[in-house]
Design a protein around this ligand. Structure first.
Ligand code: ATP
Length: 288
């Protein structure tokens, strides 16, 4: 767990995620794909309703993978099982080879598997800058703890200066630096989405789960957000994206997983999915 105190000397927060040497070596020798996230036979029942019915899939490192499916296919429930919001009824979720099934959301986030979250009500009255400063997992709190604890290591000021620099870099990356002093509650829907993504990056994720990141976002901000996602993917980040807008998935994701009735119906690239008869049938009436 990365709950441990972070040493500023060895803190790699400024670096994009690097491929795990073991996983890389293993995939090189076996030729198997390097998959930080694996979902195996996942099942989730709510009373008499089976929302996820034995879903199995994996997400390849450094990919932008899309998860789609008609209404009620089980996408959100799968997402919630992966991120610890729901306890699966059966099956397993592995992240970086470790079984994370049933861990709490904060424990999973601490492992580096992070989803975007809506800005909480109590953070709406804080500025964009304050929201960003509060985002990193545990690290700031620990540095403040050390600052009031005699005898512990100094360097707190430097650490906070580094954090502040990183916040500004990230705000610039998402082109919301001009909004730094604005209260988060005053942002437009699209600007909020950019802030949510920016906050996720501050937590130093290994992999990012995006649940409908473009809902309510105007086309120019949508373009900006997708460009950032592509840049980050090119740097080595791994993304799993659930999005209702089929075109967004088809045009941006190199690998697409289609769910239907709680199961994985098909996987492949956009042309595989477009030409898959079962997918067309599942979406009958919808524009694939
Ligand atoms: N908390 C819950 N209690 C009872 N049933 C639920 C619950 N959450 C989801 N379901 C049911 O599980 C099934 C799958 O729902 P889920 O929201 O995971 O699908 P989805 O693919 O995300 O759908 P949508 O695209 O409409 O958001 C649906 O039949 C839904 O009604």
């Amino acid at each position: 767990m990365s709950d441990a105190v972070t040493d500023p000397e060895t803190d790699a927060r400024d670096e994009p995620p690097v491929e795990s040497a073991d996983a890389e070596a293993a995939s090189e020798t076996t030729g198997a794909p390097d998959t930080p996230l694996r979902v195996e036979n996942l099942r989730k029942e709510f009373g008499g309703i089976t929302a996820v019915d034995g879903a199995t899939f994996a997400v390849e490192r450094g990919s932008l993978t899309g998860l789609i499916g008609p209404n009620g296919a089980g996408k959100s429930t799968t997402f919630n099982c992966i991120t610890g919001v729901h306890d699966p009824t059966a099956g397993n979720v592995y992240f970086e080879g470790e079984d994370i099934t049933g861990l709490r959301p904060d424990q999973i986030a601490n492992e580096g598997l992070v989803r975007t979250f809506q800005i909480a009500r109590e953070l709406e009255e804080m500025t964009v800058l304050e929201n960003m400063m509060l985002a990193p997992r545990g690290q700031l709190g620990e540095s403040l703890y050390r600052s009031v604890t005699p005898g512990l290591r100094s360097g707190v000021r430097e650490q906070e200066e580094e954090l502040r620099e990183r916040v500004w870099e990230t705000l610039e990356l998402f082109e919301i630096d001009h909004l730094a002093e604005e209260e988060a509650g005053n942002l437009s829907g699209g600007q909020r989405k950019l802030l949510e993504m920016a906050r996720v990056l501050m937590t130093d994720p290994e992999m990012v789960l995006l649940d409908e990141p473009l809902a309510g976002v105007n086309p120019s901000l949508e373009k900006k957000l997708l460009e950032r996602v592509h840049e980050l993917r090119d740097e080595g980040y791994t993304f799993l994206l659930v999005e209702h807008d089929m075109d967004v998935i088809m045009n941006n994701c190199e690998h697409i997983i289609v769910m239907h009735q709680g199961q994985v119906l098909a996987e492949g690239d956009a042309s595989d999915i477009r030409s898959n008869d079962q997918v067309i049938e599942a979406y009958l009436g919808e524009n694939v």
